[in-house]
Design a protein around this ligand. Structure first.
Ligand code: GCU
Length: 611
């Protein structure tokens, strides 16, 4: 009888336990900018801290929902209704983590800029919205930009986001996470005597061949972060939350109670010690970290003359032969990894404790970005998966808005045709583009043709940058050539690309552009489907007959003369002439182009039947 009772009691306890843990599960809603947002796998190692914060919390108690987006300031995030969207799903007791400053500070971009006298007011709006919902708001000062000057603190010409957020937090008796000072000190004190470490191991400055997603390297190392940088920030945020609980005497009773719960859900962090077997190593090496079990970790060396052999753990087991060993998960114990170099001491086992139990699944619960729901005609989505140096090709034939016509009457174009901009100065065409990563020195290729004697130069507005592009004549309307725009900077997820003629005669015919970085496409294309045909972009050859759809088997070698862009772009030569745009910028389709569509559909249907 007693036995039964105990059993019943235990079962009841178990159920109550479950119920309790369910009802105490909270969500941290994260708002911020490109230093916080979640990035796609294809741009790894670019990472925002909101993407990895979930690794630091017991996922059965705390979930992370990352709403941060590139290019946003405290004002533009609000104006786009993004805080309202969070308020529609957030529950009482959830958390709102707010980090802004990078784009607020940027006076060159009016749509984002926030005058410092207005900044506290915008931050207060997040506090008020959160409070009204019964959420717990935590203000996080923006991390330092790469360099020794702390632009987000007090000082001449600085934008004191740190001080202003601290004051708002103080006035509202809520936690203030000083990521700004913490990162500033880490970069300029702890890592001060390791030149290049911060730039090359934490910020997004990657050299040629270091990561497969950046075969040519990338220099975006003043503002944005790779995974280890953002893991470090998430770790700093946890330390600052703990510090608030220990020593912030200004918290309201509610804020303190909520913070107590949150801090208790932070996972145990282990020491991941990293060393070499050389006494005189003077290259770069990953510094010792404090991460929870199951978190992503990178071990890395950049030798300075020494010959690297392998990474070993404290049992002297080899873990990797790669100088950059990434994408592995940390263990549930303190651990030492040693970079073994030729001529260094032999590996000696280091005594260590057993691994703790931990729930490997689930680990991070950071959710991705709300992806753009815009739709676009799928045939405008180009596939860049096999295009080497130009992984992001963009079909320019049909802008979202434009003065001019979409034409197909000069052979050799790619995609669905080319845009023939109206023959006036200041004619424009605008395209909605999505970028999945930030860049400060992207290269853009523009494919065009025109027959004439004088240049038809244009202005290209890409995100917030305006670039003057010279277009010399190509010799004929069927001779396609390329020009390049260098040092293009992008930091918004979605942006407008606007081209504008500067000459009375208008601009050249524009076929396509391509970015040399991954993950840039016409909004709505998402990850473009892999196409299985590649046909002619060759101005010297005869095109396919009108109204036919020409396909070649994959890997066909039949055409290689092609273009100066170094690949064969897919072309579906059609006989359809121009799709016109009306005054509202809407496409007016010709009878011929409608007929083409019917033919195309028939073709596709036939194709699927014969399969
Ligand atoms: C010709 C040519 C067009 C071109 C136009 C121009 O009409 O066929 O494709 O756009 O000249 O001067 O812009």
């Amino acid at each position: 009888m007693m036995k039964h009772f105990i059993k019943f009691f235990l079962i009841a306890l178990l159920f109550t336990g479950l119920a309790v843990s369910d009802s105490t599960s909270v969500t941290i809603y994260v708002v911020g900018d490109s230093t916080v947002m979640t990035y796609a796998e294809k741009v790894y190692p670019q990472t925002g801290w909101g993407q990895v914060l979930g690794f630091f919390f017991d996922a059965s108690r705390v979930k992370v929902s990352n709403h941060a987006l590139g290019g946003r300031s405290s004002r533009s995030f609000l104006e786009e209704g993004r805080l309202d969207a969070i308020m529609n799903t957030a529950q009482k007791g959830d958390f709102l983590f707010v980090q802004f400053g990078h784009n607020d500070r940027d006076a060159s971009k009016p749509a984002r800029y926030v005058d410092p006298k207005d900044f506290p007011g915008y931050i207060q709006q997040y506090v008020d919205a959160g409070k009204a919902k019964g959420m717990n708001v935590v203000l996080i000062s923006p991390m330092n930009l790469n360099g020794s000057r702390n632009v987000f603190s007090t000082g001449d010409k600085n934008y004191d986001a740190r001080g202003m957020m601290q004051t708002v937090a103080y006035n509202n008796k809520i936690p203030f996470v000083d990521l700004n000072m913490k990162s500033y000190n880490t970069y300029n004190t702890t890592y001060k005597n390791i030149p290049d470490y911060v730039t090359r191991y934490l910020y997004k400055s990657l050299q040629k061949g270091e990561y497969p997603n950046y075969p040519d390297g990338v220099n975006d190392g003043t503002t944005h972060f790779q995974e280890m940088g953002s893991m470090g920030h998430a770790q700093m945020i946890c330390e600052e939350l703990e510090e608030n609980l220990r020593s912030n005497t200004n918290l309201s009773a509610d804020a303190k109670a909520a913070l107590t719960m949150l801090v208790s859900a932070i996972k145990k962090r282990y020491t991941i010690k990293v060393q070499t077997n050389l006494s005189n190593y003077n290259g770069l090496i990953t510094q010792t970290q404090y991460f929870p079990a199951g978190a992503p970790m990178t071990l890395r060396v950049t030798p300075n003359g020494q010959t690297f052999e392998k990474w070993v753990d404290d049992d002297c087991n080899e873990v990797s032969k790669n100088m950059i060993y990434y994408g592995f998960k940390t263990k549930a114990r303190d651990i030492t990894y040693t970079a073994m170099f030729q001529g260094g001491s032999e590996c000696k086992k280091i005594a260590h404790g057993a691994e703790d139990q931990y729930d490997e699944n689930p680990t991070s619960s950071s959710s991705g970005n709300p992806t753009s729901s815009a739709s676009i005609d799928a045939e405008l989505c180009m596939d860049g998966s096999d295009t080497g140096a130009w992984p992001s090709p963009i079909d320019m034939s049909r802008p979202e808005e434009g003065e001019g016509t979409t034409d197909t009457d000069h052979e050799g174009y790619t995609g669905q045709g080319f845009f023939n901009i109206a023959n006036n100065a200041a004619s424009t065409a605008t395209y909605n583009i999505t970028s999945e990563q930030s860049a400060s020195n992207a290269r853009v290729m523009v494919r065009y043709s025109f027959d004439g004697t004088e240049n038809r130069d244009m202005k290209f507005k890409i995100d917030y940058g305006i670039y003057d592009v010279a277009f010399p004549p190509t010799g004929s309307w069927t001779k396609w050539d390329t020009v390049y725009i260098d040092d293009v900077s992008l930091d918004a997820l979605d942006f407008k690309l606007k081209i504008e003629s500067t000459m009375e005669k208008g601009g050249p015919n524009i076929d396509m552009i391509a970015f040399n970085i991954k993950g840039v496409y016409r909004t709505g294309c998402g990850v473009p489907p892999k196409q299985d045909s590649v046909v002619v972009a060759d101005s010297t050859k005869k095109t396919a007959p009108a109204d036919s759809v020409k396909k070649e088997p994959k890997g066909s070698k039949s055409d290689s003369s092609s273009t100066s862009i170094g690949r064969k772009w897919m072309v579906e030569q059609t006989g359809a002439s121009s799709a016109k745009f009306n005054a509202l910028g809407q496409k007016v389709r010709s009878e011929k182009s409608r007929r083409h569509d019917v033919n195309r559909k028939t073709f596709l249907r036939r194709k699927s039947v014969t399969r």
